[in-house]
Design a protein around this ligand. Structure first.
Ligand SMILES: [Cu+2]
Length: 439
């Protein structure tokens, strides 16, 4: 396929947005829409995104899941924040097909909560053929009776929000409450789900109907997996083949109860309604093998690094969220071309979605056992007291990268680390410089 340059202009600003008729919020976002514009390109294209910051505070954009140069990663470790009134141009080749997303990586607990995110879809000729495609960005907002964003002002709510992550009762798909999703009877569509919420665990359920998982963070799976529910943690993506349904059916798109050991009690909740219209012919074909995924490492390959996620008492704010017993960590560098086998453990009694910037990994072990299927991931959930092994290869993109819990309040409270990927040909002097942190 001939590659091209695909250009977008994104303006970050405050604007009014209707979540439902008469329910208007003061959103922050891109091009005055929530989510921001859906960006699309083909594998190998050069994506050019110019961001104009018309907010009253600095921002940056992180390209979640994209294997792009470190200088384009959009974090405080790799660029100066884009100040109010400034323009910054991101430019990179999109190397992989899949469902990705972009979001603010500055003051995330506020900027993402208010809507600073959008989908980024990269297509490829070898994608399976379906009858249609929809992208669903899952979110929630915590609003007061006047549809204002609540501030966790006094002590107790602040501690709860820091511990649980911020969850609200306004449930959104693509920036709307109670949406109607129209499909045709007899057809099967590709639905791409992106969890862009601060902290919500979304256990997708279509009224008990079976659907096929065909892809996740890093693109297609090897084989479709038929299920009736699937968990999508903050930051993760899942592509499913939905349907065929029968003409006249109405199906609730719900999140089943998932307990991640929060103060707030989880419950089953409805996000949208699927309405099945007139029967139409189908051309959908999901092959049994979607693609080949070569294993990066055997399950018993020696561990090169341990990353421990834990929660401990804080001197100031109830709880600290820790990586290797510290907050806002500078971890050791890795070398280009040296296979990484990381043991990531969660010694706390709550779940944490672990996100690695800029590289895909394979989960090669979960609590001592091989995983059930192969997938390329950039975000993976760690249940309480679990230990996983991930394998990943630092390819030739030296620079500062990071990993963190994708519950935004946990990330802000310290559960993150920066590390260098260093050029393999240079000697390592063990002397990496410090990078500035979130506060
Ligand atoms: Cu966490």
């Amino acid at each position: 396929m001939k590659t091209k340059v695909v250009e977008y202009n994104l303006e970050a600003s405050e604007f009014k947005w209707d979540l439902a008729p008469g329910k208007t919020i003061e959103a922050w976002g891109f091009n005055k829409q929530l989510p921001g514009p859906e960006l699309r390109a083909n594998v190998g294209d050069t994506l050019v995104v110019r961001i104009t910051n018309n907010l009253k505070e600095p921002t940056m954009i992180h390209w979640h899941g994209l294997r792009i140069p470190a200088s384009m990663d959009g974090t405080g470790a790799t660029q100066k924040p884009v100040m109010p009134g400034e323009i910054f141009e991101y430019r990179f080749v999109v190397p992989d097909a899949g469902t990705f997303w972009y979001h603010s990586h500055a003051n995330e607990t506020v900027q993402l909560e208010r809507g600073m995110y959008g989908a980024l879809i990269v297509e490829e000729k070898t994608d399976p053929v379906l009858d249609g495609e929809k992208v669903f960005m899952i979110d929630d907002m915590k609003l007061d009776a006047d549809n204002k964003f609540t501030k966790p002002g006094w002590f107790a709510p602040r501690i709860v929000e820091r511990h649980d992550g911020r969850e609200g009762s306004t449930l959104l798909i693509n920036g709307r409450e109670n949406s109607i999703i129209d499909v045709h009877g007899g057809q099967t569509e590709r639905w791409r789900f992106i969890n862009s919420s601060s902290a919500r665990y979304f256990q997708l359920y279509l009224g008990g109907k079976e659907f096929k998982i065909i892809g996740t963070d890093g693109g297609l799976l090897e084989h479709p997996r038929t299920v009736t529910e699937v968990l999508l943690t903050p930051g993760e993506r899942i592509d499913i083949a939905a349907g065929p349904f029968s003409e006249g059916e109405t199906i609730s798109l719900e999140a089943l109860r998932y307990s991640r050991s929060t103060f707030l009690r989880p419950k089953r909740q409805k996000f949208a309604t699927v309405k099945v219209g007139k029967q139409k012919p189908s051309v959908a074909f999901i092959p049994e093998t979607l693609r080949k995924i070569e294993p990066l490492a055997r399950q018993d390959t020696a561990i090169t690094r341990k990353v421990k996620l834990s929660v401990g008492p804080s001197l100031k704010e109830g709880m600290d969220f820790l990586v290797n017993d510290d907050v806002h960590v500078n971890d050791k560098p890795v070398r280009v071309g040296e296979l990484q086998i990381w043991e990531v453990s969660n010694t706390s009694l709550m779940d944490h979605p672990f996100h690695l910037h800029g590289f895909f990994f394979q989960v090669i072990e979960v609590n001592g056992k091989a995983p059930e299927y192969m997938a390329w991931k950039d975000t993976v959930n760690l249940t309480p007291r679990c230990t996983i092994k991930i394998a990943w290869m630092p390819d030739n993109r030296p620079g500062t990268w990071m990993y963190h819990c994708h519950i935004l309040e946990h990330h802000a409270a310290g559960m993150m680390a920066n590390f260098e990927v260093i050029d393999g040909s240079k000697p390592y002097d063990g002397n990496t410089h410090m990078h500035h942190h979130h506060h």
